[in-house]
Design a protein. Structure first.
Length: 351
């Protein structure tokens, strides 16, 4: 099935970014190309607390250790999922941490040929934060609400929630509520200056809006899901990379599982590593109170919570951002379950 082409200028910006990223990643040198002696793995992720598995795995050297001394880990960061999937399509990265809706879009757009979801990563940690004067959904009418990017996971979640509440939106910022896709760092500024009235964003941006700009939480997205569980981040790989280098995918997943275990066994150490990596990536660490607030709102798990992916696809279809799509085959959890079994941990499933 085809994804509706609704990204507009965001797609142009993403394409330019991907071109630059491909050059930065070494282009031909990073391509798998069937080379059994591949010595480079290119991993994408976001500088978000919801991507802590990646942040910790990189900073603590867990991925590098798992891959071995003869393999170089190269990383690239993205603001939102659509840009990350464009990097997958252009062979600029081999794997990336990403949200559910961009993964669904990548599967649909490529007719099931581009990616596989190989592990879960995180659940929760997403909020609708608004100005203190807004007390309910009715107060959103006529207001401007930001999301990270048109068609990304939070963008779909906001549009579907508003639709369920009887409020109309469109992809050009019109309707009862004007949705304004913009980078999360920009949202911090526009919320503080009053140019937007709220934002549906992941951590740590939600906590920053509350603690730094006196925002108010109107919706905790976890409250909208069964058992308060939904996938916010999982790990996807290019199918060609998986086919040609299953050994490297296994090593990458071993590093992923080690990172998840570290986060859950040593939260204090994990937060220290997360903040150090964020400082390296953005030039500025999070304030301790922001980090504490954001970290406690997320569950880190190897389980991809597959049932929520199906629901996310349904939501995207209902808001007009996705054509009907068959998700059968989008998961390949065989390697993950092999790694978990070797550690005496329970298997996860794709249902």
């Amino acid at each position: 099935m085809r994804v509706r082409r609704l990204r507009g200028m965001a797609a142009v910006v993403a394409a330019v970014a991907v071109t630059a990223l491909a050059a930065a990643c070494g282009g031909d040198g990073g391509s798998s190309g069937g080379d059994a002696a591949k010595t480079e793995v290119r991993l994408g992720f976001f500088p978000n607390i919801t991507h802590s598995t990646a942040l910790v795995g990189v900073k603590k050297g867990l991925f590098a250790k798992a891959l071995g001394s003869n393999v170089t880990l190269k990383t690239a960061t993205f603001n939102a999922g659509p840009a990350a999937t464009e990097a997958i399509f252009s062979d600029a990265v081999d794997a990336t941490y990403i949200g559910p809706n961009p993964a669904i879009n990548a599967w649909s757009k490529s007719k099931g040929q581009a990616i596989k979801i190989v592990a879960g990563s995180a659940s929760g940690g997403v909020y609708l934060v608004v100005k203190p004067t807004i007390n309910d959904v009715a107060g959103l009418k006529g207001k401007k609400i930001a999301t990270p990017q048109l068609g990304n996971t939070q963008d779909v979640a906001l549009r579907y929630w508003l639709q369920e509440k009887g409020l109309k939106t469109d992809t050009k910022g019109g309707g009862d509520v004007s949705i304004v896709p913009q980078e999360n760092s920009q949202t911090l500024q526009t919320f503080a200056t009053g140019d937007i009235d709220g934002a549906w964003v992941p951590e740590p941006f939600a906590s920053r809006l509350v603690l730094e700009s006196k925002g108010k939480i109107l919706v905790n997205e976890s409250d909208l899901w069964p058992d308060k569980k939904f996938v916010i981040t999982h790990l996807i790989v290019r199918q060609q990379f998986l086919k040609e280098h299953p050994d490297l995918v296994k090593k990458l997943i071993e590093g992923h599982v080690e990172s998840t275990a570290y986060i859950n066994s040593d939260p204090a150490g994990a937060k220290e590593a997360i903040n150090a990596e964020l400082q390296d990536l953005t030039g500025k660490p999070l304030k301790p109170e922001v980090l504490d607030s954001a970290f406690k709102n997320i569950t880190f798990t190897n389980d991809p919570i597959a049932s929520s992916l199906v629901t996310s696809a349904d939501h995207a279809q209902k808001v007009g951002l996705l054509d009907p799509v068959d998700l059968n085959g989008i998961y390949d959890l065989k390697i993950l379950n092999e790694v978990l079994a070797a550690k005496g941990q329970q298997a996860v499933n794709d249902k």
